[in-house]
Design a protein around this ligand. Structure first.
Ligand SMILES: Cc1ncnc2c1ncn2[C@@H]1O[C@H](/C=C/CNC(=O)c2cc(-c3ccc(F)cc3)cc(O)c2O)[C@@H](O)[C@H]1O
Ligand SMILES: [Mg+2]
Length: 214
């Protein structure tokens, strides 16, 4: 039977990356997706912007919306301080199965909690079910039309504090026009655009970093 793209990405990790070495997992996925078949990971170029924001924020609590195969999950978690926690939400069970194995190969199970379900359903349960107060950093990389509703939902649920940082992938390609308009015009956010390229291509894309002002 035919394998799926996520299964082939996992195969590339198991073949080319060293168990317990998160950066080798990141490198193996980037090499596979650049040389064999494209996939919607944030990738190596935008990944460097992600790394710099994670290092600057040095978050104790991170929320990722949209796990896919776990590339950015592993990339972020590899930079977190010892007791920091990353919660990642994924509603496709097939992708979740692959991501759990990628996370395990990287040896980051203790830092990462992958929760299966839709962000709109899970965000309201964050405090009671996962013991989260607020998130220091949120990485948005799921369905592009969910960025804005989920941001409003996080505000309503008191999951953002003064200084919480939202980092959004794909604000140009595929694009998130409503979200971009909101965070750039709202007095409650201080936004900054990081120009880059769509993963593994020369197409323009970028990430928007928005600090919640409370
Ligand atoms: C509400 C909800 N709750 C939970 N999980 C959710 C969820 N909504 C989606 N998910 C999950 O997250 C991932 C989906 C990511 C969507 N990302 C993109 O569509 C994407 C597309 C491109 C792209 C660019 C140019 C092209 F020509 C083609 C594709 C690049 C990207 O970087 C993308 O991120 C996927 O794993 C999905 O199951
Ligand atoms: Mg993306």
């Amino acid at each position: 039977t035919q394998s799926t793209r996520p299964q082939r990405i996992l195969g590339a990790v198991q073949k080319n990356a060293t168990r317990g070495d998160p950066r080798s997992v990141v490198r193996a996925i980037d090499q596979y997706c650049r040389n064999q078949e494209w996939a919607m990971n944030v990738g190596d170029e935008k990944g460097c912007i992600l790394d710099s924001v994670v290092s600057e924020v040095n978050p104790a609590t991170v929320l990722e919306l949209g796990t896919y195969c776990g590339y950015s999950t592993v990339r972020i978690a590899s930079l977190l301080p010892p007791h920091a926690k990353l919660i990642t939400l994924e509603f496709n069970p097939e992708f979740a199965v692959i991501a759990r194995q990628v996370i395990a190969w990287a040896g980051l199970e203790d830092k990462i909690q992958l929760v299966e379900g839709a962000s709109g359903d899970l965000i309201p349960k964050m405090k009671e079910q996962f013991g989260v107060e607020t998130f220091d950093l949120v990485f948005l990389d799921h369905w592009k039309d969910r960025y804005l509703p989920d941001t409003k939902l996080m505000e309503e649920c008191g999951l953002l504090r003064k200084g919480s940082v939202l980092l959004a992938d794909n604000v140009i390609c595929p694009g998130t026009p409503e979200y971009l308009e909101f965070v750039r015009s709202s007095p409650r956010y201080e936004s900054q655009y990081f120009k880059s390229h769509l993963e593994y291509t020369k197409v323009e894309d970028g990430m928007e970093k928005s600090v919640f002002l409370g």
